[in-house]
Design a protein around this ligand. Structure first.
Ligand SMILES: C[S@@+](CC[C@H](N)C(=O)[O-])C[C@H]1O[C@@H](n2cnc3c(N)ncnc32)[C@H](O)[C@@H]1O
Length: 346
């Protein structure tokens, strides 16, 4: 059994890779708000998503290229060998915000897409996997969906940890809560893994104002028209629209709905000099902790909002991947020690 992994080549396959938030986070080697997130020992060898705009952004930012493909058309045995499988499987049907139509959870076609991840695990048996999803996954289908999902992963041969992480407690200027599911083929790996510790110290959170672009305040195109404001005011109380953000706090969760950039959405908006302003795609990317050298503008602004809103914050993913790296090292060290022990004939 291969146990000690060459730390330079932990090969990653990434399903539902989107524009690459998880993939950037797991590889590391980027800077956000002046802080360096060093390279980690992971290397993406395969990535796929069926949204051609998200994959265009992806392919402009990574040396390796992803394929634009529906995961249901992927033949697991043809995916290159890998040590870890990633999957931020689509969350729409599990989301607590998807009230209309009602939450369908795993009865919905999109809710079933995680089975594609399970099929790859069954066939390829990588040493680890990381899944990511919305908080609503924990309570979907009256709490029945999540245990079923975990059982499926266990039936594929994995020991599974999961934890709800709030991105704002890991250096991301956003109150984004997401469930991370980390699976281990080997019990020792499972035993050694600890999720990263949140920083809950007062004053430790990155504030929204730290990532806003002052130049955008000078451009009329980012402000809502008086007509849009009047329309929103009529329904604001009842519908909780026009959610102006506190600049001294991390931003509320941004989603792919930002693509619609309407004041009548439930997405965060800014109040600048008594006027409602939308976030620019670059501000949305910073709220998600993408570095400023991450290229966005090869697709339309609407497509940028969608891909960015869907992404896993790279800094949050880096923290999880860094914790996994530490646990791999401790497993390897333990094994090296045990080997010494046996060699010495003790
Ligand atoms: C939550 S997002 C994943 C975000 C990505 N992991 C990241 O960090 O940027 C879910 C992704 O699944 C993709 N998707 C949805 N249905 C799909 C399908 N049938 N085949 C492939 N990708 C699909 C969407 O295009 C979207 O990019």
């Amino acid at each position: 059994m291969e146990r000690i992994i060459n730390m330079e080549t932990i090969r990653v396959a990434s399903l539902f890779c989107g524009c690459g938030g998880m993939d950037l986070g797991i590889q590391g080697d980027f800077t956000f708000l002046g802080k360096n997130y060093p390279q980690l020992p992971f290397k993406v060898v395969y990535a796929a998503d069926n949204d051609p705009y998200a994959t265009t952004i992806y392919n402009n930012n990574f040396e390796h290229k992803c394929v634009t493909k529906d995961v249901r058309d992927i033949v697991p045995s043809r995916i290159p060998d890998h040590d870890i499988l990633l999957g931020g499987f689509p969350c729409q049907s599990f989301s607590i915000i998807a009230q209309n139509p009602q939450r369908l959870g795993f009865k919905d076609e999109r809710g079933k897409l995680f089975f594609e991840m399970v099929n790859v695990l069954k066939e390829k048996q990588p040493r680890f996997f990381i899944g990511e999803n919305v908080k609503g996954l924990l309570s979907a289908n009256e709490g029945k969906a999540f245990p079923m999902i975990i059982k499926e992963f266990e039936n594929a041969g994995y020991h599974v940890h999961h934890k709800l992480l709030n991105a704002s407690e890991f250096g991301v200027p956003q109150k984004r809560e997401r469930v991370f599911i980390v699976g281990f083929r080997e019990f020792d790996d499972y035993f050694n893994f600890r999720f990263p510790q949140p920083n809950t110290l007062i004053g430790s959170k990155v504030k929204l104002k730290q990532v806003l672009d002052k130049d955008a305040n000078k451009e009329e195109k980012w402000f809502f028209s008086q007509r849009a404001v009047d329309g929103m005011m009529r329904v604001r109380e009842k519908m909780n629209k026009g959610r102006v953000q506190d600049l001294e706090q991390p931003c509320n969760t941004i989603s792919s709905h930002l693509a619609k950039v309407s004041l009548n959405g439930t997405d965060p908006v800014l109040m600048i000099d008594n006027r409602y302003r939308r976030l620019t795609p670059r501000e949305a990317a910073r709220i998600q902790s993408f570095p400023d050298n991450f290229l966005l503008d090869t697709v339309s602004e609407n497509r940028q909002y969608k891909a960015i809103g869907n992404a896993v914050p790279p800094v949050l993913m880096w923290q999880v991947a860094n914790a996994l790296t530490k646990s791999i090292l401790s497993t390897s060290n333990l094994e090296a020690e045990q080997e010494q022990y046996y060699l010495q004939g003790v």
